[in-house]
Design a protein around this ligand. Structure first.
Ligand SMILES: [Zn+2]
Length: 532
């Protein structure tokens, strides 16, 4: 009998089901309870009973914690950082089966009785018996289970390398967990004199098309940023429409030009970013009346590969200026037709310009008070707080209106790519060879397209492109920050090798059993062993 706890396909499968049963939807009690539970699970290993100080919990805000577990070989300095997240998305879409969403074995059995309700591809997969269904099976408690298996084996067999299992909350929303862990990873490296050879994430391999069953290894991750705008018009009564300008009218010009705008498409190594779309557009009136809406806001999603925040802000400003120029021209024609003077031209300014203007006009203390008024509202998330700060300042600076104020709303995930690192080239070949022993094949993707926490390591930006993010993010330093300096210190190649699954974030989320419990353990062990 194997005396290791998690070393066989059966025991590893049991470990996964236990991790899944600890429901941990982002921003719930379950997410708060998960870190201590996984820490006590790791304490079942003799190594962490002997070295309790190498197992640590780190505050990640709102009662949540990131966990690090360091296996340190006495002679090794080379270290692999194993990264995973333990939060999951919601489970409402399971309907009547929702109570089973966290119990993969039972759910998978029960689904056989309800298989006519499943989309065809999920039904076919279910009938093969090769898939385990359940929330978090694929995304990504399996990755965590694999890292636990690795650290058990390495510490029991004294592999001459160091491993830091790092598992974090909040990946699905703001990545507060990883942003907190980054600071600790820098500290741990210094405290123990380590050097980080590789950042290894084990997010699942995603299908590229509905029936695609190819497996992928990722040597980087796509970036994402959210340019936003607050539109400030001039109020009037509906009976006198020419005396004002609605914010909706202003917003429509920018949104029309932002959506699907190819200026924001980036291509690198044969891969391209999806085009931008708006994620939100709304006026800020809280109830119906006949005063026209003169404040509105919009939030856009922009993916990036190589661009910095500064470059995206420059492009966003360019599009906003073009949009307002065409608005001003249309509006002028309307004013001539109606024989009115109009409310003036719509200006474009960045948040940093508004802040400078407001500080000069109102003083530092009053600006802080206006910011805090928005920040203290606990029901608002970071996006709403960002927009409300701008709104509070604009109300006091109406001489700037009509205007479109440009800002960034959290979160921001920088893009990372290390495809040309010699170690990554070597490891890719090794993984392809290893997959072949299972009659399987893996392909390389340069940028993981699902957004992941690798964004917060190996930050390279020689042009201080982050400064434009800091100075145009209203909640920066209060409720949101990114440790750019620490991230830049975590230099090292990144790789994502994880199990194959399908339909993450859907009720048909499922994990391929052989990939997860048979192939991945061998492939990851091969990978780690090749590093010493
Ligand atoms: Zn994930």
């Amino acid at each position: 009998m194997d005396k290791l706890l998690w070393n066989t396909p059966e025991t590893l499968r049991n470990l996964l089901c236990e991790l899944v049963s600890w429901d941990s939807i982002t921003l719930t009690e379950g997410e708060r309870l998960f870190a201590p539970k996984v820490a006590s699970k790791l304490q079942e290993l003799a190594y962490f009973r002997e070295h309790p100080n190498l197992l640590e919990l780190h505050d990640a805000g709102l009662g949540r914690h990131a966990v690090t577990a360091l296996y340190k070989h006495p002679e090794a300095t080379e270290t692999v950082v194993l990264i995973s997240h333990f939060d999951t998305v919601q489970t409402e879409e399971y309907g009547v089966l929702e109570p089973l969403a966290y119990f993969p074995e039972q759910l998978t059995k029960k689904l056989l009785e309800h298989k006519e309700d499943l989309p065809e591809s999920a039904r076919i997969d279910l009938e093969t018996g090769k898939y385990l269904f359940g929330r978090g099976t694929m995304d990504m408690k399996m990755g965590l289970a694999l890292h636990m298996q690795l650290i058990e084996k390495a510490s029991t067999e004294n592999w001459p390398i160091n491993l830091i299992l790092t598992t974090v909350p909040d990946e699905e929303v703001n990545s507060a967990g990883m942003r907190a862990a980054v600071i600790e990873l820098v500290r741990i490296r210094e405290e123990h004199g380590l050097s980080y050879k590789l950042f290894l994430n084990s997010e699942p391999s995603f299908s590229q098309k509905p029936f695609d069953i190819a497996e992928y290894i990722y040597s980087g991750t796509i970036g994402k940023i959210m340019p936003a705008a607050l539109f400030y018009g001039k109020e009037t009564h509906v009976g006198e429409p020419m005396k004002g300008m609605t914010a909706n009218y202003i917003a429509s010009f920018l949104t029309q030009n932002m959506e699907w705008n190819p200026l924001f498409r980036e291509t690198d190594l044969g891969e391209s970013t999806p085009l931008p779309v708006s994620l939100q557009q709304k006026d800020l009136k809280s109830s119906y009346d006949t005063q026209t809406p003169y404040r509105a806001a919009a939030l856009y999603n922009v993916f990036m590969l190589k661009r910095t925040a500064a470059e995206v802000m420059d492009l966003f400003e360019q599009v906003a200026v073009e949009s307002m120029t065409s608005l001003n021209a249309s509006y002028k024609v309307i004013c001539e037709r109606e024989q009115v003077a109009g409310v003036g031209e719509v200006k474009v300014l960045r948040y940093e310009q508004l802040l400078a203007h407001a500080t000069k006009k109102l003083g530092v203390a009053e600006v802080e008070r206006l910011k805090n008024e928005a920040l203290q509202n606990d029901e608002w998330d970071d996006r709403e707080k960002s927009l409300r700060i701008v709104d509070n300042l604009m109300i006091q600076c109406q001489e700037l209106a009509p205007a479109t104020v440009l800002l960034f709303a959290p979160p921001y995930y920088p893009a990372v790519n290390t495809s040309d690192d010699p170690l990554i080239i070597e490891l890719l070949e090794l993984m392809q060879k290893s997959a072949k022993t299972f009659d399987n094949k893996v392909d390389q993707i340069h940028y993981f397209n699902g957004i992941c926490d690798l964004s917060y390591v190996n930050y390279t930006d020689d042009s201080n492109g982050w400064a434009a993010f800091e100075s145009n993010t209203p909640v920066w330093g209060d409720t949101y920050s990114i440790p750019f300096e620490d991230m830049a210190q975590l230099k090292g190649p990144v790789l994502n090798v994880g199990p194959f699954g399908k339909d993450a974030h859907q009720r048909t989320e499922r994990l391929h059993v052989d990939s997860a419990f048979v192939e991945m353990p061998v492939m990851l062990e091969t990978l780690i062993k090749s590093l010493y």
